[in-house]
Design a protein around this ligand. Structure first.
Ligand code: SAH
Length: 356
């Protein structure tokens, strides 16, 4: 049986080759081709003998995603729609900022979580991505954006940061997402530092303990979006299964175990969760945690819910002010790539995503 090349952990290559009666010393050459030259086609691995390339094609296929669409925003943000082998598609966004190049990758096609303001979830889940499809999104960005200047020393990767904040819920596709991140983090692979990789979850509580037990230093973001269960359950159905207290306890345990501070995402929706009372309640609620950060994100309006709108800037700033005065480390995020349909799931919808 063949194994896609982009789902092999760098340290496993030797054993896999030996298991197939192939010479293990080729592992180093393979890793060089995959994660220093970033080839997307074994025919380009010209350092390897031709018959060996044929073996690799059959045993460890490379199936890069195809670029279906690309929109570039004035601020440099580029949103890509990538086609997968079975005809499905996923979005990924590349965001340049002050010496950084951050990529936002998807973990699923569509999403089952049904958060009301999210375009990805509006048509439900189609399927989870395989690890090689998550790694493939990074390889596609590498092929498009790497220049001699921006390739990082040692690994040649152009990205400095990765966030799993695209389509899908990473903890609903835990194993494949983690495998992909371990490959991207591997020293002999793309060598992207764990502290430069952020997983964002809507709050699937069992995922927290699993991630803490991995002993890796990934950053964890949690989509909170409301200060109480009544409101959060209306915005995020997942809250009915894992309400806020349980979620915050899981966050506190994660911080205790890993030493990593959790960041809460809070999307501000006009007249829904943006009041001063909401900000005060949130500040009180977060006292349950020894330490945390908050990212406020003004809503990016979505077509399926025209009733949900972005609050005025003065309201955003007032919300920020309450949290800052409560000594909570808070950032008000500027929306990036607005003119590139960069809100979660929007580009795929514009292309007429298939309903599951
Ligand atoms: N499922 C994961 C990761 C994907 S969504 C999660 O829920 O965290 C990444 C972030 O974008 C989440 O915080 C999500 O709630 C937010 N988001 C989704 N749609 C949005 C929109 N229209 N405007 C602003 N933020 C949005």
């Amino acid at each position: 049986m063949s194994t896609p090349a982009w789902r092999v952990l760098p340290d496993e290559w030797k054993g896999l080759l030996a298991g197939r009666g192939l010479r293990p010393f080729r592992a180093d050459q393979i890793l060089q081709c995959l994660y220093r030259d970033y080839i997307q086609d074994w025919d380009l691995a010209t350092t390897l003998p031709k018959d060996f390339r044929e073996t690799l094609k059959a045993e460890f296929p490379l199936a890069p995603p195809t670029l279906l669409d690309r929109t570039d925003a004035a601020d440099g943000t580029a949103k890509l729609l990538l086609g997968l082998a079975d005809g499905e598609s996923v979005e990924t966004v590349v965001i340049p900022a002050k010496g950084r190049l951050t990529q936002c990758v998807s973990s699923q096609v569509g999403c089952a979580m049904g958060c009301v303001f999210c375009a990805s979830g509006s048509a439900g889940l189609v399927r989870s991505l395989a690890a090689e499809e998550i790694v493939g999104q990074v390889m596609a960005a590498q092929a498009l954006f790497a220049t001699p200047e921006n390739r990082r020393q040692g690994s040649g990767l152009c990205l400095t940061n990765l966030v799993v904040m695209g389509m899908g819920e990473p903890f609903a596709n835990y194993d494949e997402t983690l495998l992909a991140l371990k490959i991207l983090n591997a020293g002999r692979g793309p060598n992207l530092g764990a502290r430069h990789i952020t997983i964002s979850t809507c709050g699937i509580v069992p995922g927290f303990a699993r991630l803490a037990a991995e002993g890796l230093q990934f950053e964890l973001s949690v989509s909170l979006h409301a200060p109480n269960d009544e409101l959060r359950s209306r915005l995020m159905p997942v809250n009915r299964r894992w309400p806020i207290d349980e979620l915050l306890d899981a966050c506190a345990a994660y911080t205790r175990q890993t030493g990593r501070v959790v960041t809460f995402e809070y999307t501000l929706v006009r007249g829904v969760n943006d009041s001063r009372a909401c900000a005060e309640e949130l500040a009180r609620r977060l006292r349950r945690l020894p330490d945390c950060k908050v990212n406020l994100i003004p809503l990016s309006p979505v077509a399926h819910r025209p009733d949900l709108q972005t609050p005025d800037e003065s309201v955003q700033l007032a919300f920020l002010d309450v949290l800052m005065k409560a000594r909570i480390q808070t950032m008000l995020r500027r929306s990036r790539g607005k003119d590139a349909s960069a809100a979660c799931g929007q580009l795929r919808l514009r292309h007429g995503a298939r309903r599951p």
